[in-house]
Every structure is written in structure tokens, then in C-alpha cells.
Design a protein around this ligand. Structure first.
Ligand SMILES: [Zn+2]
Length: 223
């Protein structure tokens, strides 16, 4: 659920054009109110919007040179699908499993999974469960969060975990071409101790606290 402050500016002579951009429900609602017809309906509009929970406050409605101006708060309830690949991945996390998709052509295991291999331009072939252990691929130490004025006593360490069993090398050069990994937190380690290549393991939430989120893994710790 999200609350968003919006400003509606509608030219009376462009009313139909404006309505086209609204979600169907809201469009119908406005059409029913017929607010282009009479500014004297102001009180009724406020009442109707409030009754339907669409508005909590209208500080001032006014008609100015053919423009209706109003500030109000709309409440949008929405949900979005994670899609097949990420949805399956998140359900796996709830069960304590990290799932990837394997492409049989290039041999890569994509974690987080994708249904399409952009190297081979084809669909990936199968689901595979990968280990919850790996190495630190890269990391960053942050002493600030969203508020830069506050310096954290204990810094946040985040970075990319490269999971065991997802390494792919070319036979000739032994060059590492790809390791499946994803961003997460590191903990039970200090900024001085953490190193690229350090072996780490996932620390999971207990099963009854998992909810199909990347945070079902609390963080990765050194092993
Ligand atoms: Zn591929």
C-alpha cells in the first residue's frame, strides 16, 4: 500500500484528454461526479471522495482561468507479480533453498535465476538448487544509511556472494567467466577482517519467520 501526494491540474477544455490518463475506476468516478459542470459542486466532491476513502484532505479547490486546481491525497493499493523466475526463487528461499537456472548451452547457472540466457539467446533449461555457501566476490563497507548526517557505530557490510558450484571456467585458459551470485549483507565479520575470496555461509531466518524474501537469508558469515 502506498500513499502518494498528487496534484491534479485539469484544463476544462482538455477534460476528456485528462480523463484518458486516469485508471478506469477513477475515470468513471470523476465522470459520475461531473466536476467540469459546476464549481459549486465543490463541497459534494470533497464529501464523495472522503466517503470513498480516496481523499483525506482538500486544502483548496479553485477554478482559475478554466483550470481546476486541487491538492489531495490518493490512496493506491496495489500488488505486483515477481514473475516465474524470481517468484520460484523467492518461494525456494522460504524453504531454505537457493535456486538457480542452468543453461545447457553455455553451462552457466544463473542466480538469481532468469528464464532466458542472454549469452546464448535461448531459454534456460532447468532449475538447480545451489549451495548456501560461497565466497565474497566483492564488498563495500558503509558507515551511513539513508540519512548521511548519522554515522553508524557498526558499519553495514554488503556485497556480492559467489555461490559454490556455480563457477564456470573455460577449459583452455581456466579463466573464470562467470560465477552466479547476488547482493547481500555480511555480518559476524569486521571491516578489517573481511576479504575478497573469504569463504562464507548463509545465516537463515528460522523457518517460521521466512516469508519468501531475499531477507529470509539474514546475512552471510565467514566459515
Ligand atoms: Zn547460455
Amino acid at each position: 500500500m502506498s500513499k502518494k501526494q498528487v496534484k491534479v491540474v485539469a484544463m476544462v477544455d482538455q477534460w476528456e484528454k485528462f480523463l484518458k490518463h486516469l485508471p478506469p475506476d477513477l475515470k468513471k468516478f470523476y465522470q459520475k461526479l461531473d466536476i467540469t459542470q459546476s464549481p459549486s459542486k465543490k463541497g459534494q466532491i470533497e464529501k464523495d471522495l472522503e466517503e470513498k476513502g480516496l481523499m483525506t484532505h482538500i486544502p483548496n479547490w479553485k477554478l482559475d482561468n478554466g483550470i481546476y486546481l486541487g491538492n489531495y491525497r490518493l490512496q493506491f493499493n496495489y500488488s505486483r507479480t515477481a514473475g516465474h523466475a524470481i517468484g520460484t526463487f523467492l518461494n525456494g528461499l522460504r524453504e531454505g533453498k537457493i535456486l538457480g537456472r542452468k543453461c545447457h548451452t553455455c553451462g552457466r547457472i544463473l542466480v538469481p535465476p532468469r528464464m532466458f540466457c542472454e549469452w546464448c539467446f535461448r531459454e534456460t533449461d532447468q532449475w538447480v538448487e545451489v549451495a548456501d555457501t560461497g565466497i565474497v566476490g566483492t564488498y563495500s563497507v558503509s558507515y551511513i544509511t539513508a540519512d548521511p548526517k548519522v554515522r553508524l557505530e557498526k558499519p553495514i557490510i554488503s556485497g556480492v556472494v559467489w555461490l559454490d558450484g556455480t563457477k564456470l571456467e573455460t577449459p583452455s585458459s581456466k579463466t573464470v567467466r562467470h560465477w552466479g551470485g547476488f547482493m547481500h549483507y555480511f555480518d559476524e565479520v569486521t571491516p578489517e577482517k573481511i576479504k575478497i575470496g573469504m569463504k562464507v555461509k548463509a545465516v537463515w531466518e528460522p523457518p517460521n519467520k521466512r516469508r519468501g524474501s531475499i531477507l529470509d537469508i539474514k546475512y552471510f558469515k565467514p566459515v
